[in-house]
Structure formats: structure tokens, C-alpha cells
Design a protein around this ligand. Structure first.
Ligand SMILES: *[C@@H]1O[C@H](CO)[C@@H](O)[C@H](O)[C@H]1NC(C)=O
Ligand SMILES: *[C@@H]1O[C@H](CO)[C@@H](O)[C@H](O)[C@H]1NC(C)=O
Ligand SMILES: *[C@@H]1O[C@H](CO)[C@@H](O)[C@H](O)[C@H]1NC(C)=O
Ligand SMILES: *[C@@H]1O[C@H](CO)[C@@H](O)[C@H](O)[C@H]1NC(C)=O
Ligand SMILES: *[C@@H]1O[C@H](CO)[C@@H](O)[C@H](O)[C@H]1NC(C)=O
Ligand SMILES: *[C@@H]1O[C@H](CO)[C@@H](O)[C@H](O)[C@H]1NC(C)=O
Ligand SMILES: *[C@@H]1O[C@H](CO)[C@@H](O)[C@H](O)[C@H]1NC(C)=O
Ligand SMILES: *[C@@H]1O[C@H](CO)[C@@H](O)[C@H](O)[C@H]1NC(C)=O
Ligand SMILES: *[C@@H]1O[C@H](CO)[C@@H](O)[C@H](O)[C@H]1NC(C)=O
Ligand SMILES: *[C@@H]1O[C@H](CO)[C@@H](O)[C@H](O)[C@H]1NC(C)=O
Ligand SMILES: *[C@@H]1O[C@H](CO)[C@@H](O)[C@H](O)[C@H]1NC(C)=O
Ligand SMILES: *[C@@H]1O[C@H](CO)[C@@H](O)[C@H](O)[C@H]1NC(C)=O
Length: 406
């Protein structure tokens, strides 16, 4: 009974900690520049002896309040050591080769003499277990991201890692804006590759990257004229690197804009250190649409990814108006590359006085948004019909019965 109550108390305590916050830590190197960053959650389950042939199991979580003493950052090896409670620690060992880094091991050390955790333990020793999680092939200058659970069982200890964001070998003292997503997260968020455009209310496929900054881009026919093409949007690109998907945001302030306006076609090219993207719009004098995309991504590691699709027909609106989509849009350019746009508005033809013309909103062109109102309308019509029929039947019956009375 008492034991049960204790476990429940621990669960409640753990839950409290779990709900309140993840463990977030930063480690600086000798030059006082950020070199290691982690934001993660770990659950522990430890079985220990309380008597001859008798054991207890205790559950607890990695607390929010940890020390980073003993953490080190070197050229090709790093250690993230988190100390907590009365002599417990959790240490992650990283190694790096030319292009990737990995976690070699996680050493969990626990002090059985801490009676606030290991009540009635017969031992007063400090024990260690070494787990070898599969966290490998993380691109240098990207962070490892894994929302899925990673369960490590070693001897009498089970560790569950989840909601993990980890970056070792941080370059230039700032966290990367590119992530390497674990395989488990990819299989759990399947995207439909059959449709070219899907409008999603909530972002699902890219877990940890912040929403990209909205950029304003315009093209003028010559130096003295006002814009002939205008576009504003935030852009994220997801691309396959081997069996992993990485995502990267376009940073407008570090982006070069070029392009040209024609009668039947207009081009907008955005170039940054890592991304080159060309949008080709065409125009059949009544409507315009995005006709082609040529995207090149040069990741920090690995080969450049090129995706070209010249058979697109999206972002369509009447010439003389603009196309707008505030919601996040997912454009599957090729099997290996996907664009995500945010707060989009484009007008590739007929811009006057440097201002967008009236907008046609994407709410009007997604089939999904038609199906719902149609279904609701049909349902309402059927309901009205049923009520009417019921009314007439009721009236007939009433009339019938009133005749019978006479
Ligand atoms: C610890 O041992 C005492 C006495 O042996 C017992 O009353 C108590 O229930 C034990 N506590 C736990 C959590 O097992
Ligand atoms: C971690 O532990 C807390 C409390 O013990 C629990 O609520 C949560 O579901 C656990 N999470 C995982 C992934 O095991
Ligand atoms: C780590 O370095 C950053 C600047 O890179 C600084 O703002 C921060 O205070 C440092 N943290 C510690 C604990 O020294
Ligand atoms: C402990 O278990 C072993 C076998 O599992 C048994 O031989 C031994 O008698 C047990 N000891 C006690 C005190 O129950
Ligand atoms: C964190 O731990 C330190 C020392 O272990 C303690 O002084 C401090 O009050 C703790 N902070 C919180 C918010 O619990
Ligand atoms: C570590 O890197 C620094 C600067 O890049 C270099 O000077 C030093 O020799 C390297 N040390 C080792 C052991 O490779
Ligand atoms: C990678 O590093 C090894 C030494 O660790 C070196 O021999 C090799 O040339 C490097 N490869 C590349 C592509 O830089
Ligand atoms: C265990 O903890 C007690 C106090 O709770 C302390 O006096 C004792 O020295 C500790 N033993 C070890 C081996 O750390
Ligand atoms: C630790 O436990 C051993 C026996 O398991 C005992 O001999 C020793 O005195 C204990 N040490 C402390 C500091 O409690
Ligand atoms: C731009 O306008 C100035 C006067 O406003 C004129 O002198 C110049 O030739 C024009 N340049 C071009 C490229 O049209
Ligand atoms: C836009 O680019 C395409 C393909 O490179 C080219 O054929 C077309 O002429 C360009 N349009 C303008 C207006 O420069
Ligand atoms: C795509 O762009 C790259 C360079 O930006 C260029 O070399 C390539 O020819 C383009 N492909 C097509 C089909 O336009």
C-alpha cells in the first residue's frame, strides 16, 4: 500500500516535471562561445535491490535543473555531462568526422545512496550503465531532431529519450537553422506525394525549425521604373539526403533577388549561400500561374540537391490580380524536394504603382475547402427536406384524426 502510494507520488512528481519543462542546456567552449546545445526529455526506470531476492523499480525524469560541469568541447570529441540530484549524472559522448557527427554512448550514473530516490536500497554504491543509442550521421552544422521515443534498455535501467534537439560541434557560436531529422520521425509523418499542392492548417512535417521570415521581393524592368513583379512569402525547403530529410529556411536578409518580366513569362530568382530557386510564371493573357521551379540546395555537408519541375500549374489567378495564401502550403517539386510557403502573395504580371492588385485567395482553389461547404450544404438540404416531410406527414395525420373525431 505504502509502496504503491510512493510510486504514485513519484509518477505525479515526474508528470509535473514532464509537463512543466524539458531540460535545456547550453555549453560554452574555452573562448566562451556556444559549442553544445541540448533541449530534450529523458525518463528513467531503475530497478534496484531492497532485500534478499527483492527489488523495487523507481521512475523519474531528467529534471529541468541540471549542472553542466564536466562537459567538454574539443575538435573531434565532445561530452555533454548533466549532473542532477544527489550525485546522479547523464553524459553524452559525441565524435565527429569530416562531415558528420554522432553519439557514441550515453553513460548514466546513479547513486543508490540517495534515499530520496532509491528508498530502502540495500546498496549505497554509485552505479553506471552505458547505452549506445543510434544517433549517427548528423550533418556537421545541423542539429539532430527527434520527437519520437528512443528507448534504451541496459541491465536494470531503461531510459526513454524523446522530444530531443541536440547540436554538438556548434560552429561560430550559434545554433544551426538546419536539422537532421531522425528516421522514426519521418515514418510517423507520412506526406502524400500524389498531390502537388496541399494546404495544411498546421505544420506537421517540419518539427523544430522556426517559421521562416517573410521576405519581400520585387523586380523592376529598369532602374527608374516601379516594380513589374512582386512577391512576398516565407520559404522553407525540405530535401532528402540519403535516407534522411533535412529542412532549411530561406533567410530574406541574406538573399539576392533577380529576374525579368516578360509578356508571356516572368522569372524570379532568389539566391542565398545555400539556396538558389527560380520561379517561372506564365500567362495566357487571362490567367497566370506558376509554371516551373528550378531549385538547388547546397547543404553544409553532402552533395547539392537539384530539383526541376517544368510542368506545374499552381498559384493561378486572373492577370491583373494577385494570388494570396496565408496558410502554410506544401509544394512537392520532386520526390526528393518539397517547398513550404508561408504568408504567400505573388503578382508576376501587371503590377501598377508598386502595389499588389486585389488578391485571389487560396481558400477558393483548394478542393478540400469546397468539399466541406458542399457536404454541409447537402446535409442541411436533406435536413430541411426531412423536417418538411415530417411536417406534412404530421399535418396529414392530424387532419386525418380530426376528421375521425367528427
Ligand atoms: C522501506 O522499508 C520500510 C521498513 O523495512 C518499509 O516500511 C517501507 O514500506 C519501505 N519503503 C518502500 C518504499 O519500499
Ligand atoms: C515520462 O514520464 C512521465 C512521468 O513519469 C510520463 O507522464 C510520460 O508519459 C513519460 N514519457 C515517456 C515518453 O515515456
Ligand atoms: C556563453 O556564451 C554566450 C555568448 O556566446 C554568452 O552570452 C553566455 O552568457 C555564455 N554562457 C556562459 C554560461 O558563460
Ligand atoms: C533467492 O533466490 C534463489 C534462486 O532464485 C534461491 O535459491 C534462494 O533460496 C532465494 N533466497 C531467499 C532468501 O529467498
Ligand atoms: C537548481 O539547483 C541549484 C543547485 O543544485 C539550486 O541552488 C537552485 O535553487 C535550483 N534552481 C531551481 C529553479 O530549482
Ligand atoms: C583543433 O583545432 C584548432 C583550430 O582549428 C587547431 O589549431 C588544433 O591544432 C586542433 N587540435 C587538434 C588536436 O586537432
Ligand atoms: C576525412 O578525414 C580523414 C582523416 O580523418 C582524411 O584522411 C580524409 O582525407 C578526409 N576526407 C575528406 C573528404 O576531407
Ligand atoms: C550515504 O549517505 C549518507 C547520508 O545520507 C552519508 O552519511 C554516507 O556517507 C553516504 N555514503 C556513501 C557511500 O556515499
Ligand atoms: C556502504 O555499504 C557498505 C555495505 O554495503 C557498508 O559496509 C558501508 O559502511 C556503507 N558505507 C556508508 C558510508 O554508509
Ligand atoms: C532615369 O531617370 C533620369 C531622370 O529622372 C534620366 O536622366 C535617366 O536617363 C533615366 N535612366 C533610365 C535608365 O531610364
Ligand atoms: C524566364 O526563364 C526562362 C527559362 O530560363 C526563359 O526561357 C524565359 O525567356 C525567361 N523569361 C524572361 C522574361 O526573361
Ligand atoms: C536549373 O538551374 C541551374 C543553375 O541554377 C541550371 O544550371 C540548370 O540548367 C537549370 N535547369 C533547368 C531545367 O532550367
Amino acid at each position: 500500500m505504502f509502496w504503491c502510494a510512493f510510486v504514485v507520488l513519484f509518477l505525479a512528481l515526474g508528470n509535473e516535471l514532464h509537463l512543466s519543462h524539458a531540460t535545456e542546456v547550453s555549453v560554452n567552449n574555452t573562448e566562451n562561445k556556444l559549442c553544445l546545445y541540448a533541449n530534450l526529455m529523458v525518463n528513467f526506470s531503475v530497478t534496484y535491490e531492497v532485500g534478499v531476492n527483492k527489488s523495487e523499480t523507481v521512475l523519474f525524469v531528467l529534471p529541468e535543473n541540471v549542472t553542466t560541469e564536466g562537459s567538454t568541447c574539443k575538435n573531434t570529441t565532445s561530452t555533454l555531462k548533466l549532473g542532477f540530484g544527489d550525485g546522479h549524472s547523464w553524459a553524452v559522448e559525441f565524435t565527429k568526422d569530416n562531415k558528420t557527427y554522432q553519439v557514441d554512448s550515453i553513460v548514466f550514473t546513479y547513486n543508490l545512496n540517495d534515499s530520496s530516490v532509491f528508498t530502502n536500497s540495500t546498496s549505497n554504491e554509485t552505479k553506471s550503465v552505458t547505452a549506445k543509442p543510434r544517433i549517427t550521421n548528423v550533418g556537421v552544422d545541423t542539429y539532430y531532431s527527434c520527437k519520437s521515443e528512443n528507448v534504451q534498455r541496459v541491465e536494470s535501467v531503461t531510459q526513454t529519450l524523446y522530444d530531443v534537439t541536440l547540436q554538438a560541434f556548434v560552429t561560430n557560436g550559434s545554433k544551426s537553422d538546419t536539422d537532421t531529422v531522425c528516421a522514426a520521425d519521418l515514418t510517423s509523418t507520412t506526406v502524400a506525394p500524389t498531390t502537388t499542392v496541399t494546404t495544411t492548417a498546421a505544420p506537421t512535417s517540419t518539427p523544430t525549425l522556426p517559421t521562416p521570415t517573410t521576405g519581400n521581393y520585387s523586380i523592376a524592368p529598369d532602374f527608374n521604373s516601379t516594380a513589374c513583379l512582386m512577391a512576398t512569402f516565407g520559404l522553407r525547403i525540405g530535401f532528402k539526403q540519403g535516407d534522411k530529410v533535412e529542412t532549411i529556411n530561406l533567410v530574406p536578409s541574406a538573399t539576392n533577388v533577380s529576374g525579368a518580366c516578360g509578356v508571356n513569362s516572368s522569372n524570379l530568382t532568389l539566391t542565398s549561400d545555400t539556396i538558389k530557386i527560380m520561379f517561372t510564371f506564365s500567362n495566357d493573357s487571362k490567367k497566370f500561374h506558376l509554371h516551373a521551379l528550378n531549385v538547388t540546395v547546397k547543404p553544409a555537408t553532402g552533395a547539392a540537391v537539384v530539383a526541376v519541375n517544368t510542368n506545374m500549374s499552381i498559384w493561378a489567378a486572373a492577370v491583373g490580380s494577385s494570388y494570396m495564401c496565408n496558410k502554410e502550403q506544401t509544394l512537392t517539386v520532386t520526390e526528393t524536394l518539397t517547398l513550404y510557403t508561408f504568408k504567400l502573395r505573388v503578382q508576376p504580371f501587371g503590377v501598377e504603382k508598386g502595389e499588389f492588385a486585389t488578391a485571389e485567395d487560396c481558400r477558393d482553389d483548394t478542393t478540400g475547402s469546397w468539399i466541406v461547404p458542399t457536404a454541409v450544404g447537402v446535409a442541411l438540404a436533406v435536413l430541411v427536406l426531412i423536417v418538411l416531410i415530417a411536417y406534412f406527414i404530421g399535418r396529414k395525420r392530424n387532419q386525418g384524426s380530426s376528421y375521425e373525431h367528427f
